[in-house]
Every structure is written in structure tokens, then in C-alpha cells.
Write a protein that binds this ligand. Structure first.
Ligand SMILES: *Cc1c(COP(=O)(O)O)cnc(C)c1O
Length: 404
């Protein structure tokens, strides 16, 4: 059995039972709450260290009751890569990249979807539906297949071709919707009473956050329970940033962190779709829908986030910022960083690097500070972006004419 005690409305604190399917409360997301004293009494750093290198090594802090119901493909424990070459290009001496490009389906969406599909499986769901800007649909289709569920995936017509293909490849019924991810969400909502599917939209069920939370748990373990100074995260719906901040709060309450200094959380968006940074810069807790959302960083093309206040609260509590990078800046950084480090940087991570460069130039991040950037996906999933920036390739020549 898990150590979950109940679910709690993030907007008004109402308690809800966790032993049945839940969606939103008053249109807003739910937190999963645990008996952390009991967790601290059972879980130990030594036990965790001895377990398999997946996100399930933190099982006491996860919501799944029955390990046999897990939808798992070996997700988690992604590498924390020190990046000195990229660091010196930006002006930092202690830069790391947590590389999520190596996870199942090529993005960190596998964490959230593994957890959400596992809990849905445990609670008897057999049919799933998801609106997606791209990677979430592929991940849901894969995990749905893993436990024999039926998957319906709805994505905008201009979703990257690899995302369109992977959903279908994993056996989902995939649809293209003329609009953005929120329009796809409306199609799922309209279909629910007729199709009786479970809506796995970002933050509309409580467990994706718990999957994404494992990024924070891993990061803490990889830094030997002494967290870095700054974390940069590319924000769409915000699940990862919200989840990591929750992870740090839980670890702190358990007494597992060696310092009470928590990292400054930097929410990074693309200037072409920046509802959170716009709201944060205005001092607002809730974000207005972002008009004409457009960016090649498709995971960031989320004009309306139902957890906007949860993202902004985490940023503010941490002493962080919510910022954005211009389109050309984020694409240039994603490519440059890939060439500097051999890591497959997605455009979304390019937004973090653009923002990082700005913050270092402003003096908001010091050169000696320990900084972690999340690379949330693999560049090869964005074949249109890569192709558009591909130079004309050479044909081999007579090498002798090259001289020495
Ligand atoms: C979905 C996605 C994001 C945004 O993640 P959220 O947790 O929804 O904010 C960032 N990068 C990539 C590659 C994504 O697929």
C-alpha cells in the first residue's frame, strides 16, 4: 500500500478521497498528500541507493499501491551531466544538465504518464484520452499499450511529425485538431460523456505531478541531498516545476535535505507563448490566455495553464523568476549546446539556455553558483526544426588536394 492519505484542492484546501478517480476541484488541480512521518520511518537514503535506477526507487513517496499495476518502461534516473564547455560559453563555472532526452519515448513526459496510467490502471480505467502539444500523447500511447489500455490522442494539426507518428505507432487512435492544445482539451471534454474515457490532460488528474516530482527526488539524490542554487525548467503546463518544488518540500519535511536553502526555480518560456512569464512580470498569480501562441518549442505552446497559480507560487516561494527567450535565441542555443556537449537538446531546453544567458548577464545568477538546466526532450523528435537549420552538406573531395 502507498502512504497516500488524501487528495487536497490546490485552490481551497478541500480534502478528497484518493481511492477513486478524481479530476479537478472547482476547475483547479489537486495535490496528492502523504503521511510523511510514516514515509520517513520506513524509507532511508541507503535503501533508496540500493534500488533499481528508475523513478520507482522512491516508491514510498509515490501514489501507486500495487507494483503489479505499474505501467513501466524503465523510466527515470536520467543522468546529471556536468557541462563545462557549455558553462564557459554562458559564463558559469558550475553548470549541469539533467538529461531527460534518454527516457522512454524521448522526453520527460514518460515520468508523468507512467504514473498517471499506473494509477488509472489501478483504479480500473481501460480507456484513456489526452490533448497534447506533442510528447505527452506519444508517452500516453506507449504506457497505455504497456498495460493493454485503449488510447485516444488529440493534437494540433501542426504538431511535430514524429509526435503524430509515435502516437499511432504505439497503437493509439490519433486525431489532428485545427487549433491549439486547449482546443484539443475541449474536444476531449466534449467526448467524455459519450466515449467514457479517462481524461489524462495535464494537471486534470492528480498523478502526473507525482511522476514529474521524481525529477526533484533524483536531482536531490544526485547532488547528495544538498540541492543546487538555481534550477531552470522549460514551462508549458508547469507539471515538472510544480512537481519538483513539491518534492523539495516533502524531502525538507522528512529532514532529508542537508541545508534549508532551496534552489531558486526559474520558469522559462518561449517569447511566442509566454503566459506565465507575462503574469509573473506583472505581479499576477493567475495568467491571461496568451494570444496567437506560436513557437517551434512545441512543448511550450500552452496558452492556458490550469495550474498557473501553482507555477507562480513555486517561483515566488523559491525567490526565482519566470522569464522568456526569443525564438531565434532558443533555437540557436539548442543547436549550439548540442554541438558543444553532444547532448540532444530539444528547443524547449534552448529556452532555458536563452534565459540563463540573460540572467547571468544581468548578474541575477553568479558565476560560481551551482546551476541545473533541464533538457526535457530529444532533439531528434523535432525533425522539422533540425531540417530547417541543416546546412548544405558537403560531398567528399579528393583529400590529397586539401594539402596538409
Ligand atoms: C511538455 C514539455 C515541456 C513542458 O512541460 P510541463 O511540465 O508541461 O511544463 C517542456 N519540454 C518538453 C520537451 C515537453 O514535451
Amino acid at each position: 500500500m502507498s502512504f497516500v492519505t488524501h487528495l487536497e484542492s490546490a485552490i481551497d484546501g478541500t480534502h478528497l478521497p484518493h481511492d477513486q478517480l478524481q479530476t479537478l476541484h472547482d476547475g483547479r488541480p489537486l495535490w496528492v498528500r502523504y503521511d510523511l512521518d510514516a514515509v520517513a520511518g520506513t524509507m532511508s537514503k541507503e535503501k533508496v541507493a540500493s534500488r533499481e535506477p528508475t523513478m520507482w526507487r522512491y516508491e514510498e513517496l509515490l501514489p501507486v499501491d500495487d507494483a503489479n499495476k505499474r505501467a513501466s518502461l524503465g523510466e527515470g534516473m536520467s543522468p546529471m551531466l556536468r557541462c563545462d564547455r557549455l558553462g564557459s560559453a554562458i559564463g558559469l563555472h558550475n553548470l549541469w544538465v539533467k538529461d531527460e532526452s534518454q527516457l522512454p519515448t524521448g522526453s520527460f513526459k514518460s515520468r508523468g504518464l507512467s504514473m498517471a496510467v499506473s494509477r488509472a490502471n489501478e483504479l480500473g480505467v481501460t480507456r484513456l484520452a489526452i490533448p497534447t502539444a506533442g510528447n505527452a500523447g506519444g508517452a500516453m500511447a506507449a504506457y497505455g499499450a504497456r498495460v493493454g489500455m485503449e488510447s485516444y490522442v488529440f493534437m494540433p494539426t501542426d504538431t511535430p511529425i514524429v509526435n503524430q507518428a509515435e502516437a499511432a505507432w504505439y497503437g493509439a487512435t490519433a486525431y489532428l485538431v485545427d487549433g491549439l492544445i486547449n482546443d484539443c482539451g475541449a474536444v476531449v471534454r466534449d467526448g467524455t460523456p459519450h466515449m467514457n474515457w479517462f481524461d489524462v490532460s495535464t494537471l486534470k488528474e492528480p498523478y502526473r505531478i507525482e511522476g514529474k516530482k521524481t525529477m526533484g527526488l533524483e536531482l536531490a539524490e544526485q547532488f547528495d541531498w544538498d540541492l543546487p542554487d538555481v534550477i531552470l525548467y522549460p514551462t508549458g503546463g508547469g507539471t515538472g516545476l510544480i512537481g519538483m518544488w513539491k518534492a523539495f518540500a516533502e524531502l525538507a519535511e522528512m529532514g532529508w535535505l542537508s541545508s534549508s536553502n532551496l534552489p531558486r526555480m526559474i520558469s522559462c518560456q518561449a517569447a511566442g507563448c509566454a503566459p506565465i512569464s507575462t503574469a509573473w512580470e506583472q505581479g499576477d498569480r493567475f495568467a491571461d490566455p496568451f494570444p496567437n501562441a506560436a513557437t517551434a518549442a512545441s512543448g511550450l505552446r500552452v496558452p492556458v495553464a490550469v495550474g498557473d497559480f501553482m507555477i507562480i507560487d513555486a517561483v515566488n516561494e523559491s525567490g526565482g523568476q519566470a522569464r522568456s527567450a526569443e525564438e531565434d535565441e532558443l533555437l540557436t542555443w539548442a543547436q549550439r549546446a548540442s554541438a558543444l556537449e553532444g547532448i540532444s537538446f530539444a528547443p524547449e531546453a534552448g529556452a532555458c539556455l536563452g534565459v540563463l544567458e540573460q540572467l547571468v548577464a544581468e548578474g541575477a545568477i553568479g558565476r560560481e553558483e551551482r546551476v541545473v538546466v533541464f533538457n526535457t526532450g530529444a532533439a531528434q523528435k523535432y525533425i522539422e526544426v533540425i531540417s530547417s537549420r541543416l546546412p548544405t552538406l558537403e560531398t567528399p573531395v579528393d583529400w590529397a588536394s586539401f594539402g596538409s
